[in-house]
Design a protein around this ligand. Structure first.
Ligand code: ADP
Ligand code: MG
Length: 429
């Protein structure tokens, strides 16, 4: 079945698929057994349809698939209490984002060591723990690695892992529905509160106020607080001084740009994780060309894998040069597009990249994605990376929707042509 997947959907395959096993087959249902809930979640979300197709191809019958956790053995026999918090939609962990899959180097050693220490002894060592660094350098990965670690080592702890946006939205909803009490109970009874991208608290006075109290309550009872942002606490625009000093009172660790050695180790690790055979000289080529964003490094690897599958040839230097060529040749960079669109619609670049869903933001955001597809050679996944890590299908839908409007509505066409011309002029082609 995995072979079928590898052939048809190489982007979905993970190294740990080797650990999956076949369970019961009865009543037309094939059970696939995985090791932990994060794997099941991944399989459920991304792989159901292709597993069904593979199972039907293998059995020649109409069957469906159930993903189950393998019957626990020995010491692992306790139920996983974090399942409770997951079921209300808060905890979505990517099984790829574990410590095991995180490569360390001079750029991230401190952040990694601290994260590991926190996952072993939450609430006691570094509290709060604040990670910052620019986009694609591993903040979300490290945060989730801590969550995986805590789940394994301290399954009894209540873990609350959310994006800052969820906190803000939950808070607004709680005010609107008069459910502040429940909101506070939920947030203030966590043993670990992990919030990604807290730079979105910028200029949100009431949410900051609420967060300040949540923070104090947790902190005073020695509960662990872990935060990430794209800049240090002091640089988050209009973040209240008392919050800045709270954030600074624990450990603030920076993720820096990885050096060549680390980038090579990351490509090697990602290739292994996705079962892509890549020779050393190709690893060096990829890591040498891409140095600013680890997500792009991964994107290049996937592009190369896709090209190799398509041509039916193994990955070698020539193929890698071909796959990477557009990266060098592309004249337009996404930030230029973002700036032009932000100017035109009078919104902030950070809003285009953020998660707000008001029409005033989503429309220009979709236009940006459309232009990114048209004017750059970056993959859907890479483009998504510039928009807060949205996935490829979001980018695809957005750019298709705009593309349809361009076809059908002369006003939209004029707007995007004007923007495209402006972007081209900026980069001089
Ligand atoms: P951020 O949240 O800082 O924007 P992410 O955590 O989403 O970045 O990381 C982007 C991609 O790069 C992810 O696929 C992640 O697994 C990978 N990545 C980042 N740092 C490392 C690392 N040190 N080792 C392995 N993979 C990494
Ligand atoms: Mg992130």
């Amino acid at each position: 079945m995995v072979a079928h997947l590898r052939l048809n959907h190489p982007e979905l395959v993970r190294g740990w698929f080797a650990d999956l096993s076949l369970g019961a087959f009865s009543g037309g249902v094939v059970e696939i057994l995985a090791i932990n809930p994060a794997q099941i979640e991944y399989l459920d979300h991304h792989c159901r349809a292709v597993f069904v197709a593979a199972a039907q191809a293998a059995t020649g019958r109409l069957v469906s698939i159930e993903f189950q956790e393998r019957a626990p053995s020995g010491e692992k026999a306790e139920p996983d209490p974090s399942v409770a918090s997951r079921s209300n939609g808060e905890l979505k962990l990517n099984p790829d984002y574990s410590f095991e899959h995180f490569v360390t180097g001079p750029c991230n050693r401190l952040a990694h060591a601290a994260a590991l220490a926190v996952s072993e002894d939450p609430g006691r060592v570094y509290n709060p723990f604040f990670i910052y660094g620019s986009v694609g350098l591993g903040k979300t990965h490290l945060l989730q690695a801590v969550c995986h670690g805590v789940r394994t080592r301290h399954p009894q702890l209540r873990l609350h892992y959310i994006s800052c946006e969820t906190f803000i939205n939950d808070f607004i909803e709680a005010i609107e529905t008069g459910a502040l009490h429940q909101f506070r109970y939920r947030y203030r009874h966590a043993d670990l509160l992990v919030i990604d991208d807290v730079q979105f608290l910028a200029e949100r006075e009431r949410s900051q106020e609420e967060f300040f109290h949540t923070f104090n309550t947790l902190y005073q009872s020695q509960r662990q607080i872990i935060l990430s942002a794209d800049c240090p606490p002091t640089d988050i625009p209009s973040l209240e001084e008392r919050l800045v000093s709270r954030f600074n009172s624990g450990l603030v660790a920076m993720l820096e740009l990885p050096c060549l050695e680390t980038r090579m180790a990351i490509v090697r690790k990602k290739a292994k994780l996705r079962c892509i055979p890549v020779p050393e000289n190709v690893i060096r080529l990829i890591a040498g060309r891409i140095n600013a964003n680890i997500r792009e490094l991964e994107g290049a690897l996937l592009k190369l894998d896709a090209l190799s599958q398509m041509k039916g040839t193994p990955i070698d230097l020539d193929l890698a040069r071909e796959a990477l060529l557009p990266l060098d040749a592309r004249p337009v960079k996404i930030p230029v597009i973002l700036e032009a669109v932000a100017r035109k619609f009078n919104v902030k670049v950070s809003d285009l990249q953020g998660k707000r869903r008001s029409k005033a933001i989503t429309y220009p955001r979709h236009v940006s994605m459309y232009l990114a597809r048209r004017l750059t050679h970056q993959s859907l996944e890479e483009i998504g990376g510039y928009f807060g890590g949205r996935d490829h299908s979001t980018v695809l839908h957005a750019s298709r929707a705009i593309s349809e409007q361009v076809d059908g509505d002369p006003a939209v066409r004029e707007l995007v042509e004007e923007l495209a011309a402006e972007v081209r002029t900026t980069v001089g082609y």
